[in-house]
Design a protein around this ligand. Structure first.
Ligand code: FAD
Length: 583
């Protein structure tokens, strides 16, 4: 339907309780009836399932997917037969979620969930809904306190290594754009279940309708708090500022318990547990090292490194929406870009945040990491996105010096030796923790390039492409707090990544006019794009060599984003419940 400005009364004329639409439902009913060839009396209900906009034509159009209920069920069958082969007229799938089990009354030990990011939250919620009364252990602080700690780095250059953008209630995506879509295969519609729960816990209802929903950071904070309260009301327990330091295994490699550090007192305690979900996120480097020490199978996996790029949002809006730029129904434009560089590397945009800001996202002292976030309104001046280059385990440094730099002398020597043994058996073998070497090296280097005070090193796009150090900003004011230090970014990443990015930027300028504008700003480094390792698991979702450990979410290599991590959390809870109930 063409989008025309509506009076408020018309826009509100939706008879369901979801988003106000840019069209009255009556107009959609007419279109639906025409498409199906039915009379008005046959159509008893119409609900909008999805809505997107098509800005490619001179006229801005809204595109709807609607669910209709018909007066006579046999009419539905007839219509489906008549329209067989038409991909736009299909039966509405059943998306209702059914819990897979009920907890036994005599459960000897409560299941434990480590980490309260999207994966841990949905694992704990699903377990609690099934009556399992899980215990959640989260190393960071409650979301409100965590917000203050996070701002402490952004405003005062003081990092709390246990409470920051990566660690704390809500997990890594709490200070984010809160994009809520994913390209995972989802035949059971678990993503829909996640979205519905988000709405139950206070997210704006339009996330159920929009084709590319996002929730923004402030609204996410409230959702996380409400979700926590629900788990507690169902008998779950959430222990904040409690870091898992060790796992206790039987000789048959069955989990028997955890050693937990209570951050407030500095004391540790043992928690008996035989079913443990590990929803650690990609930044729990100390915990990965501990799991490796305990012999839990971990494998190095590819991830990506790069910079954040910032443009005026108006440049992106104009390039993507032409004459429709600035139309309030469209909001701020988003983009997705890929370039296959001639050196064989793929460069792509990552976690694009329209109308947002670049944030300091380190969890370790003496390191600088960038990422992006926005508010629900997405109305900040700049658009930002990671511009990252895919790297493979063979690229990870494995020499003794880098292991020692990353893990200290004792563990570092041990890992360097292990890497030597591995390579003696297979020349291409990569130590599972070697990706962390590269991340730590790049992040520490960025800290120094930024002036060793948590400012981020930065360079203007044209000067980066031509290898000229930047000395002053142009029209784009970078949003990174606590600030940026202009200079030369060529030493901030491996040469192959710099070469690929220098080639990609002008190529992106051909796809989005102005993308390679001279004074767009690059800030670095973007290293926490996904986990540098994987924790392989079997069909029963347990670690392939350790019974009772259920690794999942982004840290284990099974998700890449809020929605997919939450979906994985549901699957972990189901697998754990089945194991306990069937046992
Ligand atoms: P996490 O969210 O990382 O949660 C892991 C939790 O485990 C943390 O809270 C951590 O404190 C805890 N933990 C770790 N080790 C221990 C231990 N030893 N003991 C106890 N607790 C521990 N994704 C999107 O889909 N959309 C976006 O817009 C988006 N924007 C982002 C913006 C930023 C700034 C960042 C950093 C990420 C963003 N992401 C976004 C990615 C998204 O946040 C992650 O994919 C997602 O949070 C992964 O969920 P997870 O539960 O697997 O891990």
């Amino acid at each position: 339907l063409p989008v025309v400005p509506l009076r408020e009364t018309q826009a509100a004329e939706t008879d369901d309780d979801r988003a106000p639409l840019p069209h009255p439902l009556a107009a959609l009913r007419v279109l639906a009836r025409q498409a199906l060839g039915i009379a008005d009396a046959d159509l008893i209900d119409l609900k909008v399932f999805k809505r997107s906009f098509d800005a490619r034509q001179a006229e801005l159009r809204a595109v709807y997917i609607v669910d209709v209920s018909l007066r006579d069920p046999t009419l539905a069958q007839t219509l489906l037969q008549q329209h067989a082969g038409n991909p736009h007229i299909v039966p509405t799938p059943d998306m209702a979620y059914q819990l897979v089990a009920t907890a036994p009354a005599d459960l000897p030990l409560r299941p434990v969930v480590v980490g309260f990011g999207p994966c841990g939250m949905f694992a704990a919620l699903t377990l609690a809904q099934m009556g399992f009364k899980p215990i959640v252990l989260e190393r960071g602080r409650k979301v409100r306190e965590r917000t203050k700690d996070t701002w402490g780095l952004w405003r005062k250059q003081v990092l709390n290594p246990e409470s920051n953008v990566q660690f704390g209630e809500g997990g890594a995506g709490t200070f984010s754009d809160g994009k809520l879509w994913s390209q995972i295969k989802d035949p059971r519609h678990l993503g829909r279940r996640v979205m519905s729960e988000f709405v139950n816990f206070g997210a704006p209802p339009e996330i159920l309708v929009e084709a590319h929903p996002h929730i923004g950071t402030f609204k996410l904070v409230k959702v996380v708090e409400n979700l926590r309260e629900r788990i507690i009301a169902l008998g779950g327990e959430i222990r904040f500022e409690q870091r898992v330091m060790d796992v206790d295994l039987t000789t048959a490699r069955q989990v028997r318990g955890l050693t937990v550090l209570e951050q407030a007192t500095g004391l540790t305690y043992e928690l008996r547990a035989d079913q443990v979900i590990l929803a650690l996120g990609h930044s729990a480097r100390d915990t990965f090292a501990m799991l490796h020490q305990r012999g839990v199978t971990l494998l190095a996996k590819p991830f990506s490194v790069g910079f954040r790029v910032e443009h005026p949002q108006s440049v992106i809006d104009r390039a993507l929406w032409g004459r429709h730029a600035g139309n309030s129904v469209l909001g701020a434009a988003a983009y997705k870009l890929v370039h296959h560089a001639s050196n064989g590397r793929a460069v792509y945009s990552f976690c694009m945040c329209p109308g947002g800001m670049v944030v300091a996202a380190t969890s370790e002292p003496g390191r600088v990491v960038t990422n992006g976030m926005s508010q629900y309104s997405r109305n900040e001046r700049n658009a930002n996105a990671g511009l990252v280059v895919g790297i493979e385990p063979v690229d990870y440094p494995q020499d003794a010096a880098t292991f020692i730099e990353a893990f200290g002398p004792l563990a570092g020597m041990q890992y360097a030796q292990e890497a030597l043994y591995l390579r003696a058996a297979d020349a291409l073998a990569v130590h599972p923790l070697a990706g962390i070497n590269l991340q730590r090296q790049l992040e520490a280097n960025a800290f120094v390039l930024g002036g060793s005070n948590y400012e981020a090193p930065a360079q203007l796009v044209e000067e980066f492409v031509h290898g000229i150090p930047s000395a002053s900003l142009g029209s784009v004011v970078p949003s990174y707090q606590p600030g940026v230090k202009l200079g030369d970014l060529h030493s901030a990443l491996p040469d192959y990544a710099i070469t690929a990015l220098r080639e990609a930027l002008p190529a992106f300028g051909k796809k989005i006019k102005g993308f390679d504008m001279p004074d767009a700003v690059l800030t670095g480094v973007e290293t926490r794009t996904s986990s540098p390792l994987r924790m392989p698991r079997g069909d029963d979702f347990q670690s392939t060599n350790t019974a009772g450990l259920y690794p999942g979410g982004e840290g284990a290599g099974y998700a890449g984003g809020i929605l997919s991590a939450a979906v994985d959390g549901i699957k972990l809870a189901e697998a754990l419940a089945r194991q306990v109930v069937d046992f």
